[in-house]
Design a protein around this ligand. Structure first.
Ligand SMILES: [Zn+2]
Length: 367
């Protein structure tokens, strides 16, 4: 029996353990992929640090791309209708659901189906074992949307598509960014950088990026941010005043939260103009409690929305956005560090302390 290595998450805050798992043939509706790159998403770090529930032992990682090694019966096309073959490089939806659910059939929210499962969120002990990114192989199970990658996209550009980038398509759509809008983005990690680029591409006249990490403020300018503000260097009220000064005549049309810090919400509300939109995308942990003056929502006609994950069409839009804007914005620079599978602990440490933007794991099949 062939086997494949995976870095197993045994318990929160303990070192990953390299283990071998059996590689069985792909069953009907399944695809077996050799992983070529996985990136560490902030939610992987939250899971690793025990701040959100995730089964142990498991294989983390859901921003994954790979090369098709084997296709089960019944699969011959990707979600766009293009032919799929062994040897194709593919991305796929971070979640899968094989069944019927009111949320998909009636409400067009397949990402919220009851019983939806996600890559990087399963027990490694049960078949097919390999359902996460930090491994040499991954099985794509029925109910997943698979998308073929064009050859011109580098692995660095392609890997974050199926979580971070597709989520930001969903978030910027929910923010209803119009031609000429002023948009504020709270948090300039991968989500915020893509958010800035998408806000520009959607017609924003002015994009203001907020963060406390100097390197992120600098790089945001390359992704469409017209202004950046170091929120660590200014008092909260001064940040609000500066945003309102930049967004004439009366504040931002849209504010997007992708920093994962609930305390920024009262400040974000004060940056909005009357009738503005506030979209929350980063608060993926439970207990993100915060006190707001709800009277502001009423008097200032604020629309507030939460967005979690994305519709399959957003994955196609994410790919096409990156493909057609890769000369305008240096997306490949976001994945700024690479690690071998055996060095996953070091990669998590760097990603956790934010000394890298997006850490990538590149399994070496010859190791
Ligand atoms: Zn993610």
């Amino acid at each position: 029996m062939r086997t494949a290595k995976a870095a197993v998450y045994q318990a929160p805050n303990t070192p990953f353990v390299l283990k071998e798992f059996p590689l069985r043939p792909a069953k009907r509706g399944e695809v077996l992929v050799q992983v070529t790159m996985s990136t560490i998403c902030r939610s992987d770090i939250h899971s690793y640090e025990g701040r959100r529930p995730n089964p142990c032992p498991g294989i983390l990682g859901h921003e994954i791309i790979g090369i098709i090694e084997e296709m089960g019966e019944g699969i011959d096309k990707d979600m766009r209708g293009d032919a799929l073959r062994v040897g194709d490089r593919v991305t796929w939806s971070e979640y899968f659901f094989d069944g019927q659910c009111y949320y998909r059939e009636v409400l067009d929210m397949p990402q919220k189906c009851h019983g939806v499962r996600k890559y990087g969120h399963d027990l490694a002990e049960t078949d097919p074992h390999l359902l996460g990114g930090f491994a040499e192989y991954c099985y794509i199970l029925p109910g997943t949307w698979i998308l073929k990658l064009p050859p011109e996209l580098s692995d660095e550009e392609a890997t974050p598509l199926n979580c971070g980038v597709a989520t930001m398509v969903s978030v910027t759509q929910a923010a209803e960014i119009q031609m000429g809008d002023a948009v504020v983005i709270q948090g300039l990690g991968l989500l915020g950088l893509y958010g800035a680029a998408m806000a520009k591409a959607r017609g924003a006249r002015c994009v203001i990026g907020l963060d406390a990490v100097a390197s992120r403020l600098k790089v945001a300018k390359k992704f469409g941010a017209d202004h950046v503000i170091d929120v660590g260097a200014l008092a909260a009220q001064s940040v609000i005043d500066e945003v309102r000064r930049l967004c004439r005549p009366d504040g931002a049309d849209a504010v997007i939260e992708v920093c994962g810090v609930p305390e920024v919400i009262p400040q974000g509300l004060q940056m909005l103009r009357t009738g503005g939109r506030y979209v929350l995308g980063g608060l993926v942990n439970p207990d993100a409690n915060v006190t707001i003056d709800a009277n502001m929502l009423v008097k200032r006609w604020v629309t507030m929305r939460g967005i979690h994950n994305y519709h399959p069409r957003h994955l196609i839009q994410a790919l096409d956005f990156v493909r057609s804007n890769r000369e305008r914005f240096p997306f490949k620079e976001i994945v700024d560090s690479k690690f071998a599978l055996k060095d996953l602990d070091a990669a998590f440490k760097k990603a956790s302390e934010r000394s890298v933007l997006r850490a990538a794991i590149v399994p070496d099949p010859t190791e």
